[in-house]
Design a protein around this ligand. Structure first.
Ligand SMILES: NC(=O)c1ccc[n+]([C@@H]2O[C@H](COP(=O)([O-])OP(=O)(O)OC[C@H]3O[C@@H](n4cnc5c(N)ncnc54)[C@H](OP(=O)(O)O)[C@@H]3O)[C@@H](O)[C@H]2O)c1
Length: 170
């Protein structure tokens, strides 16, 4: 499926072996290599997030990116962010020819997976306990793997992980 907009939309997410993405309002673990990857891919671009994901950011809006937060809350002011009420409204703020990144969380991923044409997945090679937020099921017959890079666990990374980029083919 292709979207009929003049910009492309990508999802970027880190998920465990069971598609878990969070617990207690936070990420599952600290992986500096994944944070670096996220920064490299999204810097200079537009990022779109749900209200709860924005609230989980320790220093608020992420620098050197256009930050868009979706919430139904009235009269909220999140410093450094454009606040909108829907995915459609968020996309009206994306410039022509630009890529927009959906950066979470679970609720926003569920409502946008059908719209996106690229997936940047970081598969963390572990199954975490007590998780409460999940990525929706992906039908991999709709997606073609275009890049893959595996990193083993090391002194800075308790778990191994694999970066995978998919392009929509259906
Ligand atoms: N592993 C990862 O890559 C990753 C990435 C991001 C987040 N996370 C984790 O995911 C968890 C947060 O996810 P979540 O599902 O609880 O919340 P979320 O999707 O971040 O935010 C949910 C809120 O955002 C607004 N919202 C989201 N989608 C909307 C839509 N389509 N239309 C209108 N409003 C929408 C609503 O705000 P209002 O209630 O204000 O109306 C909704 O209650 C945290 O644990 C976070 O750490 C993980």
């Amino acid at each position: 499926m292709t979207n009929h907009r003049n910009h492309s939309i990508a999802i970027i997410v880190a998920l465990d072996e069971q598609n878990a993405i969070g617990r207690d309002g936070n990420l599952l673990c600290h992986l500096p290599g994944d944070l670096k990857h996220f920064k490299e891919i999204t810097t200079g671009q537009t990022i779109i997030m749900g209200r709860r994901t924005f609230e989980s950011l320790p220093k608020g809006a992420l620098p050197h990116r256009t930050n868009i937060v979706i919430t139904s809350g009235n009269a909220v002011n999140y410093p450094g962010c454009i606040v909108v009420r829907s995915v459609e409204e968020a996309l009206t703020h994306c410039k022509e020819g630009e890529k927009a990144f959906i950066i979470g969380g679970g609720k926003l991923y569920r409502s946008t997976l059908h719209l996106v044409d690229q997936l940047y997945l970081t598969r963390i090679h572990h199954t975490f306990a007590d998780t409460d937020t999940y990525f929706p099921e992906i039908d991999f017959s709709e997606w073609e793997l275009t890049e893959r890079e595996t990193h083993a666990a090391d002194e800075k990374h308790r778990y191994g992980y694999t970066f995978m980029t998919y392009q929509r083919c259906k």
